[in-house]
Design a binder for this molecule. Structure first.
Ligand code: ACM
Length: 280
């Protein structure tokens, strides 16, 4: 059994104020923390007007390119604090843009996940992720990443769990109000921990947000981010959380029992699966 201190950090990014957004988020990382998770697109803000605007704010994460402001600063913060940091960033790779999540280890190395399931107008800006659902060894355990709307596809969390993730880091900019409850189920059905780190505040940079169904009534023309960041353990208990409007950090000490998928004496979560009977 391994004990880890994890933190979910909830911020209020101001669109395009990259340096301020980075410093505001880093302020919340507590001392003696093993893993801190920041929101999706935490340094730039969410609602890009077009791909050109997003390109101007995106950072290169692979190859030998000079890295951008957030990558440099988070690499340094992870090294100085000894904390593994996971954060959502806009990534440029040639002429493609990805909505990515980056894991920064204290030793200076980093890993990437590119959002597979793009939400609404993200489809006009970003390329869907092309790296699948990898898992990584970090802070003494196995970590998987997914981003915001990936929550509605149970295959995302399941893929990470099957690959061995013990903690799912989930940077988010949530709009619909259902994710926080759904993540409780994702944790139970996969026997994993999840750290959902959401933002608060509003953005209204394009004037219209028509979701084309009942969700439009909930969201209207302005994007209102729903906060309520949370840390959930495998039995579905919410160990620590923030409210819908505050910025700050919620911390929990979690116990990791590695590769334990025994649900009852006679039920193993993975061994009892019947994939030959499932529609793909
Ligand atoms: C979302 O996926 N950011 C709603």
């Amino acid at each position: 059994m391994k004990s880890l201190t994890v933190a979910t950090i909830q911020t209020h990014p101001v669109f395009g104020h990259v340096e301020e957004n980075i410093e505001a988020a880093l302020e919340f990382i507590p001392d003696d923390c093993d893993l801190a998770v920041l929101p999706e697109l935490f340094s730039t803000g969410y609602q890009f007007r077009d791909k050109t605007e997003a390109m101007g704010l995106a950072e290169e994460l692979t190859g030998n390119a000079e890295t951008g402001a957030a990558t440099k600063r988070l690499t340094r913060a992870a090294s100085e604090s000894g904390t593994t940091i996971v954060a959502g960033l806009a990534e440029k790779d040639g002429d493609r843009l990805f909505n990515s999540s980056v894991l920064f280890r204290p030793d200076g190395s980093r890993e990437i996940y590119r959002k597979v399931h793009l939400f609404m107008d993200e489809k006009s800006i970003f390329t869907p992720g092309d790296l699948g659902f990898p898992v990584f060894e970090a802070c003494g355990t196995t970590i998987g990443m997914m981003i915001c709307f990936d929550w509605i596809f149970p295959e995302a969390a399941r893929s990470l769990a099957l690959a061995g993730a013990e903690i799912i880091c989930h940077p988010s900019n949530l709009l619909l109000p259902w994710c926080q409850a759904a993540m409780v189920t994702r944790c139970q059905e996969n026997m994993v921990h999840a750290v959902t780190s959401n933002r608060v505040g509003t953005e209204n940079r394009t004037g219209t947000t028509d979701l084309g169904n009942s969700a439009t009534e909930m969201i209207g023309g302005e994007l209102v981010f729903s906060g309520r960041s949370q840390i959930v353990e495998p039995q579905g208990n919410i160990l620590s959380s923030l409210n819908a409007t505050e910025t700050g950090v919620a911390v929990a000490t979690i116990q990791i029992v590695e590769k334990d998928k025994q649900f009852t004496q006679r039920n193993n979560l993975f061994e009892d699966r019947r994939p030959e009977l499932y529609w793909s």
